[in-house]
Write a protein that binds this ligand. Structure first.
Ligand SMILES: [Zn+2]
Length: 278
């Protein structure tokens, strides 16, 4: 691999999913609190914990609807065996509706706010490494040749189409997706696949160009031809859903062939057939 992800150098882009913490010799605690979703609720919880000399390591907050939010706090307590005391202090604060405190084991603490939930309650996020995903796709292509590449493209196509159909359902219709499509597309970075930028879009003509930096599929390779099949499919599926017509996608620049980022040209399927073959 010739490079690593440039965004890793900016700490403001970091978002840790705490699988576990290790601080040998320390008393570590996980605190889950359900509070009213109002300003200052989390600050009050943190204030109570601070008075117990609780040293916060990680915190995340989710709104769960019905006027409530859930906070997940991980930190170091002032001594072992104080779970019950922390729970009582938090209950006495009057701000929490539910609370659960768990102590780790000998300076080890595992994350409890898992599996990660997605907005669509039928789905949940599964954390696998990019290396695992890509090696699975590579194996398909190596074992099955062009048939494997087609399969990988199909996988991407289905993923893109289904993802954007779901986004539309959550956002109240595809019209709302189209309104802020470039912005929403940038949200793909959160999945760890890479960082897309919408360069241009012409809904009338049915064309678009996307720049895709740090693609897990192409980054670090040195090849003589554009390599992407999965994300080529993903963008074809994405724009098919967004334009509501079958779209084709061609990778016109590829980081595996020396470009700074991969680029994709998306056109209507009939237009692609009439023009240059893809
Ligand atoms: Zn590429």
């Amino acid at each position: 691999m010739k490079d690593s992800s440039p965004s890793d150098t900016n700490p403001l882009n970091w978002y840790d999913v705490p699988l576990f913490f290790a601080r040998p010799g320390k008393a570590l605690y996980y605190v889950a609190v359900q509070t009213q979703d109002r300003p200052g609720a989390l600050a009050t919880v943190i204030g109570v914990l601070q008075r117990e000399s609780f040293n916060l390591i990680h915190v995340s907050m989710s709104e769960i609807g019905d006027g409530y939010a859930v906070g997940h706090l991980y930190g170091e307590g002032n001594a072992p065996g104080i779970s019950t005391a922390l729970e009582e202090r938090l209950r006495a604060s009057g701000i929490v509706r539910n609370v659960r405190v768990e102590e780790g084991r000998d300076g080890l603490l595992i994350g409890r706010a898992l599996p990660l939930r997605l907005r669509d309650p039928r789905l949940r996020a599964t954390a696998i490494t990019s290396q695992y995903l890509i090696s699975t796709l590579d194996t398909l292509r190596e074992e099955m040749g062009s048939g494997g590449a087609t399969l990988v493209y199909r996988q991407g196509l289905d993923l893109g189409r289904n993802a954007w159909t779901r986004h539309a359902a959550l956002l109240g219709g595809m019209e709302n997706v189209r309104k802020h499509f470039g912005y929403l597309l940038e949200g793909l970075a959160l999945t760890g696949y890479g960082r897309p930028t919408l360069l241009d879009i012409d809904p009338k003509e049915g064309t678009a160009h996307v720049r895709f930096s740090e693609s897990i599929e192409c980054m670090g390779r040195e090849l003589s031809n554009p390599y992407s099949q999965f994300f080529r499919g993903y963008f074809a599926g994405t724009f098919s859903a967004v334009f509501d017509v079958e779209m084709s996608c061609v990778e016109t620049k590829c980081s595996a062939v020396g470009a700074e980022a991969c680029e994709f040209e998306i056109t209507r399927k009939e237009a692609a057939r009439a023009g240059a073959p893809s």
